[in-house]
Write a protein that binds this ligand. Structure first.
Ligand code: NAD
Length: 494
């Protein structure tokens, strides 16, 4: 854990202006436009970044296309790609503290989580896929005698990686690691409100020896830069984490351009189901609280609906409320803080609007207010809303804030019906001592991951992906490589 002296020094470090990385060169926007970066810690301008134009995005796509087509990366021995990526991971790890603090000043995540979940997780992810680069084999098909069927796995080409602000390094690395290990070239579009750390790790990639044009970064508005990437004829794959409406737009743009592959990791309204036979209700309350309140609820897999068996409902809500009250919301650069700042004024307003609506519907709200307003930053109390109807907007739509809806249920079937009763299907949890019930629930809940007697923490070895309107495709694990590989058959008469 970082000490106060280091944190204070890093907090006071001036932040350089951001520029794009295109074809190995650091450049401003083609029209010179810049965009302010507002720190959620105090509402003040932290620095500016290049406000990318359509022309900037086109230039980056062209650079990535050239870098792919001439084989400067895809044509290397996989072990050579591995060596560069391992150097990159080591550089990120060596600079983890500075990267974590820079990221916190940009997006507001509490430092304890940011250090682990951002630079250290990104370094581990890049290392994992680097190691996979020379351990990934093609196949020989079981054909009839006299023929030989070889299945080659080739890099798919140019990848556009569009990243959200909640964990830009972790989620960015989930895309960059497998794409680069597979031999693809990449254009990254960082989120408007959290670009700085992605720019810095791109600089470290240059130091590690990644050839020019293999990794390009274009900052700016999603509606300009992201739009241009998704319409580009030069891009073969879009890999995206973010909101549903943007995901839809990307699919439309793929259809309107070159039918590029589009992989979406979208939001969730994940059910966290607590049965009366949960092995330890105190533990369930503690982990469930962390599962929605850490990073101010800005976690795609956050357990934002807690379904509680009616017999233990009141007792559980009491325990959950105690956990909410005990959660330290504060300066994200204080190691004691457990929930930092909400990312932006817009996100804070969205959170408060959901709570206001619930109040107007007569639901019971514990917490629900903006706090620490005197800092100029965007902070919100951990908030519990009880008496929520499964049809309420709060039970159907993603808040992406520290707001949890509590819904009682009577039977296993009813719990399943409520759990599966949204358009989403990203994550879920079941708390029970009954092994058979745990397996039944895992089978019946529509989600990409079902936790049992825990919430969150699924590591890099397992895939993360949604069903329904939570998306398609998977980040993490060796399965993520499939998104960036094409299968090519060689059919040979012997
Ligand atoms: P967002 O969709 O607004 O933005 C995500 C990215 O898309 C940003 O880089 C943005 O600039 C870009 N973008 C915006 N408009 C675009 C357009 N027209 N074309 C192309 N790109 C565009 O989402 P956000 O507010 O940054 O992130 C929050 C959302 O992300 C939440 O809904 C959350 O659930 C989701 N999320 C999902 C996961 C997951 O793994 N499933 C992880 C984190 C966040």
């Amino acid at each position: 854990m970082l000490d106060h002296t280091t944190l204070d020094r890093l907090r006071a470090t001036p932040v350089a202006e951001g520029r794009h990385l295109i074809d190995g060169q650091w450049v401003g926007a083609s029209d010179g436009a810049r965009m302010e970066v507002i720190s959620p810690l105090d509402g003040q301008v932290l620095t500016t970044i290049a406000a990318g134009t359509d022309a900037d995005a086109q230039a980056a796509c062209a650079a990535a296309r050239r870098a792919f087509d001439d084989g400067r990366w895809s044509g290397l021995a996989p072990a050579a790609r591995k060596a560069v990526l391992l150097r990159w991971a080591a550089l990120i790890e060596a600079e983890a503290e500075a990267l974590a603090v820079l990221g916190v000043r940009d997006n507001g995540t509490e430092i304890g989580m940011a250090l682990k979940a951002e630079p250290l997780s990104a370094a581990a992810t890049i290392r994992y896929y680097a190691e996979a680069a020379d351990k990934h084999y093609g196949q020989i098909a079981p054909t009839a005698p006299g023929t030989l069927g070889l299945v080659h796995a080739e890099p798919v080409g140019v990848v556009a990686a569009i990243v959200p602000w909640n964990f830009p390094l972790m989620i960015g690395a989930w895309k960059l690691g497998p794409a680069l290990a597979a031999g693809c070239t990449v254009v990254v579009k960082p989120p408007e409100t959290a670009s700085l750390t992605l720019l810095r790790i791109a600089e470290l990639a240059q130091t590690a020896g990644l050839p020019d044009g293999v990794l390009n970064v274009v900052t700016g508005a999603g509606s300009v830069v992201g739009e241009a990437l998704s319409l580009s004829q030069k891009v073969d794959v879009v890999t995206f984490t973010g909101s549903g409406p943007v995901g839809r737009r990307l699919m439309q743009n793929a259809g309107a351009s070159n039918l590029k592959r589009v992989y979406l990791e979208l939001g969730g309204k994940s059910p966290n189901i607590v049965f009366a036979d949960a092995p330890d209700l105190d533990e369930a309350a503690k982990v469930s609280a962390a599962g929605i309140f850490r990073n101010s609820g800005q976690v795609c897999v956050a357990g934002s609906r807690i379904l509680v068996e009616r017999g233990i409902h009141d007792a559980f809500v009491e325990k959950l409320a105690a956990q909410a009250r005990a959660t330290v919301v504060g300066d994200p650069l204080d190691p004691a803080t457990q929930a930092g700042a909400v990312n932006s004024a817009r996100q804070l307003q969205q959170n408060l609007t959901f709570v206001e609506e619930a109040r107007e519907q007569g639901r019971t709200v514990i917490g629900g207010n903006r706090i620490r307003e005197e800092t100029g930053g965007y902070f919100m109390e951990p908030t519990i809303v009880t008496g929520v109807d499964p049809a309420d907007r709060l039970a159907q739509e993603e808040v992406f804030g520290p707001v949890v809806a509590v819904i009682p249920f009577d039977t296993e079937d009813e719990a399943i019906a409520i759990a599966n009763g949204t358009d989403y299907g990203l994550a879920a949890a079941v708390w029970t001592s009954d092994l058979s019930r745990a397996h039944r629930m895992v089978a019946r809940i529509r989600a990409g991951v079902v936790h049992v007697n825990t919430y969150g923490g699924a590591d890099l070895t397992v895939p993360l992906g949604g069903v329904g309107q939570s998306g398609n495709g998977h980040d993490k694990s060796l399965h993520a490589l499939d998104k960036f590989l094409n299968l090519k058959t060689a059919w040979i008469k012997l």
